[in-house]
Design a protein around this ligand. Structure first.
Ligand code: TYD
Length: 132
């Protein structure tokens, strides 16, 4: 699988917790873009794409959700259910996010600025690009 789980540290004291993500340190790229998905309605599945260039790291900073992964050779499901478990997605990782808890805030760190041309949203094209 090209995707990978990365653990962040949980820095805690009597006040509570703090976790840190640093570009080129905790995660293997410079962070150019940050977005977050929240208020996701029940039964919703989103994503359904891979990329040409963009690498991403996903972490549920609140709540939980599941990620279906397909790198054209292997399929997998990862549950993100703690603030210290992050999922690194390579461009070839087709991903679908689902089973969002009501309180889910899914933070996404990306290696590139937003560019609709960098998306592969057609599954057949995905298989052509990344091999059957
Ligand atoms: P969309 O790609 O549909 O989300 P998902 O892949 O999770 O289903 O994105 C929703 C909208 O937000 C769409 O109009 C594109 C826009 N968008 C940006 O403008 N910038 C971004 O960085 C992202 C991720 C989305």
């Amino acid at each position: 699988m090209s995707s990978k789980i990365i653990q962040t540290q949980q820095l805690g004291d009597e006040r509570g917790y703090l976790s840190v993500i640093e570009g080129n340190l905790t995660i293997p790229f410079e962070i150019k873009r940050v977005f977050y998905i929240y208020g996701t309605k029940e039964g919703i599945r989103r994503g359904f794409h891979a990329h040409y260039k963009t690498r991403q790291v996903l972490v549920c900073v609140s709540g939980r959700c599941k990620i279906f992964l397909d790198n054209s050779k292997r399929k997998d499901v990862v549950e993100l259910n703690t603030q210290t478990k992050m999922l690194l997605l390579e461009p070839e990782d087709w991903h679908e996010m689902y089973d969002f808890s009501d309180d889910c805030v899914l933070l996404v760190l990306a290696s590139h600025h937003y560019d609709p041309q960098d998306y592969i949203r057609d599954y057949e094209l995905f298989l052509e690009v990344y091999g059957k």
